[in-house]
Design a protein around this ligand. Structure first.
Ligand SMILES: Cc1ncc(COP(=O)(O)O)c(C=O)c1O
Length: 405
């Protein structure tokens, strides 16, 4: 594609952006399965190592298949956003997993004595790194209910050691949402850096950079890949100098780099992101409406429903309310186990973001060994079922749920 051709539609950007013309004219980006790259002459090696010439050196430091994925996600996260009348520039670094990307973010921005302010509902791995791994390095976290801006501001005012405001919205597994624009504005007022995990929403539903967020992270394992075929993550930043220096140095020395095959799967998965998210969200709304009416269901948590406490926050910043929902069965733990055992089409597993509908029962699966009080703090009751609503025809999803209920 001619790079000067102005793409105006989100789906066109998802298909075409980031593509690197292959020197041998392959239609799709090849899987550059090479650990190292060669030089025409010794002097070229000197120029590459000294940064005087752009080019690949070693795949832990960068690889052409990663570049295409990085550029595509950067284009999607920044699509339509202007800064000082110019398109917002964003740089991404692809990683082996979402956790690797989050680690690079945290270690490249924080030092001993610094603190992170974050919301109490976070993906378990992120919570673990923030509460168990970083304290050994002298970096600690203040965990609060950031849906209340007064709580957030009081925490910031009280503690000048807070350097980073880290949010995940919608959050895993509770689907709680925080107000990105309000928190980003607050953070700017107090000169804090901001980061947002955009895994559940994807850039199609929500663009945190639009609200002034400095860094965006993703587990690309989920909706961006879309088919459950690879683990991956990305760190994106709007301070491109920082991304090319400190963040890049941290990423390449930590060694949590992606691999070319997973990057290839990710690139091809992302081309259908708009279509998939439209269908996921349409189906999720129908499923939520069905579950709300069902006598075996005590409660449905979906931000698309008006009575969800975060409905207005979600609708303020998201195009649609997403594909994730949870519901509580009246019959508790045994009800949850029986329901899971009766599923015929929907899949019994953890994770999310795939084309097929996935259901998990935290009380008997992911949170089986977590003490009851701890689970209840996060709203994980014995009969709670978490659901990634897939892109099958919705009548089949509903029929399967109905017979299992
Ligand atoms: C919101 C969120 N962030 C980060 C991660 C970590 O990603 P990965 O499993 O790719 O390391 C996950 C994984 O489920 C997640 O749901």
């Amino acid at each position: 594609m001619d790079n000067n051709f102005p793409l105006t539609g989100w789906g066109s950007v998802a298909v075409h952006s980031g593509h690197l013309q292959d020197p041998l004219y392959a239609h799709l980006v090849p899987i550059y399965a090479s650990s190292t790259f060669v030089y025409d002459e010794a002097e070229q090696g000197m120029r590459r190592f000294s940064g005087k010439e752009e080019g690949y050196i070693y795949s832990r430091w960068g690889n052409p298949t990663f570049t295409e994925a990085e550029n595509k996600i950067a284009a999607l996260e920044s699509f339509g956003i202007k800064k000082n009348d110019s398109p917002l520039a964003v740089k991404g670094i692809l990683h082996a997993s979402g956790m690797a990307a989050i680690t690079t973010l945290l270690l490249s921005n924080l030092k001993s004595g610094d603190k992170i302010l974050t919301h109490y509902s976070l993906y378990g791995g992120t919570e673990e790194i923030v509460t168990k791994v970083l304290p050994a390095l002298g970096i600690t976290a203040i965990i609060a209910d950031l849906r209340d801006l007064n709580i957030a501001e009081n925490a910031i005012k009280k503690d000048p050691a807070i350097k980073l405001l880290y949010i995940e919205t919608p959050a895993n597994p509770t689907i709680q949402c925080v107000d990105i624009e309000a928190l980003s504005g607050l953070a700017k007022q107090y000169h804090l850096l901001t980061a947002c995990d955009n895994t559940f929403a994807t850039p199609y539903l929500q663009q945190p950079f639009r609200f002034g967020i400095d860094f965006v992270v993703h587990s690309t394992t989920k909706f961006l890949n879309g088919h459950g075929t690879s683990i991956g993550g990305i760190l994106l930043g709007s301070n491109t100098d920082f991304m090319k220096t400190k963040a890049y140095t941290m990423a390449k020395t930590l060694g949590g780099n992606a691999n070319p095959f997973d990057a290839f799967l990710l690139i091809n998965g992302m081309k259908t992101l708009e279509l998939r998210m439209e269908r996921h969200c349409h189906n999720a709304m129908e499923v939520a409406n069905f579950l709300e009416q069902h006598p075996a269901v005590a409660k449905v948590n979906y931000t698309g429903l008006r009575d969800h406490p975060d409905h207005y926050t979600a609708m303020k910043q998201m195009r649609h309310p997403g594909a994730m929902l949870s519901f509580e069965l009246k019959k508790g733990l045994q009800g949850g186990i029986d329901f899971m055992n009766k599923l015929k089409m929907c899949v019994r597993t953890v994770s999310l973001g795939t084309c097929d509908t996935l259901l998990s029962h935290p009380a008997s699966m992911t949170h089986y060994s977590v003490p009851k009080e701890e689970k209840e703090k996060y709203g994980i009751t014995d009969g709670l079922i978490r659901m990634n609503v897939g892109i099958e025809n919705v009548q089949d999803i509903i029929a399967d749920l109905n017979q299992a209920l």
